[in-house]
Design a protein around this ligand. Structure first.
Ligand SMILES: *[C@@H]1O[C@H](CO)[C@@H](O)[C@H](O)[C@H]1NC(C)=O
Length: 315
């Protein structure tokens, strides 16, 4: 009798398969699946990601080196509910600015637990993982799921309305020294038709003792309302980083920064959705981290991976 692969074999396959999916298949397929803004037939099995049913999760690729499953481990969140303020920046795509999303103690704690864990950040060029300082110069640290991290996972889930099939990814702190940067990129890959994709991003600033280091979205427009100048770089403001030319995937970013640029402010976060309801990615979410010109910036990515259960095909 043919043997059935056991659980650990399946798990091992999953370990290899997820990165292959995300970093090799998707970049290759991206030109074919993410160009049009209308639903392609590749997404027919998804139809509308806001309308999928609340059936029990059947994520068979759960890998807690990548995701943070709700595993029932109890945790304690002192100081909840968090009193953050929400400001609407854009409806389509949905972009919200969250003032004091983390309390100072939480931000400091996350910086503390990351300190001894940094390794150089890598990029994926569609074939291999590599360190490429021209594209991305920073260090990153995988955070242990302690109480603070679990409370934050919980906050991120609650913020998004406890959506089914949405899994908070394991959190990484990102540290940018002087000249640290990340060229323009998307957080989505266009891989929903293959199983899952990154539905949303919280870009949180944990430490902002720095100049420069703004988060730039070249395809977004400055919102009206001068109150936004608290959070966004506004014309006429001094910013030494704009003097520097910055290598990007498109070449060199001009002195005058295109679009809008968020100032790094400790405890604050930008939240945006990466995917349309048909599963395709928003081109407006193209963003970069401008070079830090003095001091150190520490950021935290809270990514939400969306993976609906596979539909059984009827033949
Ligand atoms: C950033 O600074 C730290 C501490 O000095 C150092 O260990 C690390 O290698 C630096 N990282 C980069 C990318 O320059």
């Amino acid at each position: 009798m043919a043997s059935i692969p056991n659980i650990s074999t399946l798990f091992t396959w999953a370990l290899y398969f997820i990165p292959i999916y995300i970093f090799i298949l998707d970049p290759l397929l991206r030109p074919f699946v993410s160009q049009s803004t209308t639903p392609s037939s590749d997404y027919n099995h998804v139809n509308d990601i806001w309308a999928t049913s609340d059936s029990a999760p059947e994520l068979n690729l759960v890998d807690d080196t990548l995701l943070s499953p709700e595993d029932g481990v109890p945790f304690n969140c002192p100081g909840e509910p968090a009193g953050y303020k929400v400001h609407l920046l854009s409806r389509t795509p949905l972009i919200l600015y969250l003032e004091n999303f983390l309390r100072d103690e939480e931000a400091d704690h996350l910086v503390d637990i990351s300190v001894n864990k940094y390794t150089p950040s890598i990029i994926y060029d569609g074939v291999t993982q590599k360190v490429d300082p021209s594209a991305r110069l920073s260090d990153r640290a995988l955070l242990d799921r302690d109480d603070t991290v679990r409370c934050l996972e919980d906050r991120a889930r609650a913020f998004q309305g406890w959506r089914p099939h949405l899994y908070i990814e394991r959190m990484w702190a990102q540290r940018y020294n002087v000249s640290g940067h990340y060229r323009h990129h998307y957080d989505w890959t266009g891989s929903l038709a293959l199983g899952g994709d990154r539905l949303s991003t919280f870009m949180v600033y944990l430490g902002a003792d720095c100049e420069g280091g703004g988060t730039n979205f070249p395809r977004l427009k400055m919102p009206p309302g001068k109150q936004w100048c608290q959070f966004l770089e506004c014309e006429g403001e001094e910013d030494s980083s704009s003097e520097e030319q910055f290598e990007s995937i498109d070449g060199v970013i001009p002195k005058h920064k295109p679009g809008i640029t968020f100032k790094p402010i400790k405890g604050n976060a930008i939240f945006w959705e990466n995917l349309r309801s048909d599963g395709s990615g928003y081109e407006e979410t193209w963003h970069a981290s401008y070079p830090v010109t003095s001091g150190t910036k520490v950021g935290l990515n809270i990514w939400s991976w969306y993976q609906p259960p596979k539909q059984t095909r009827r033949g």
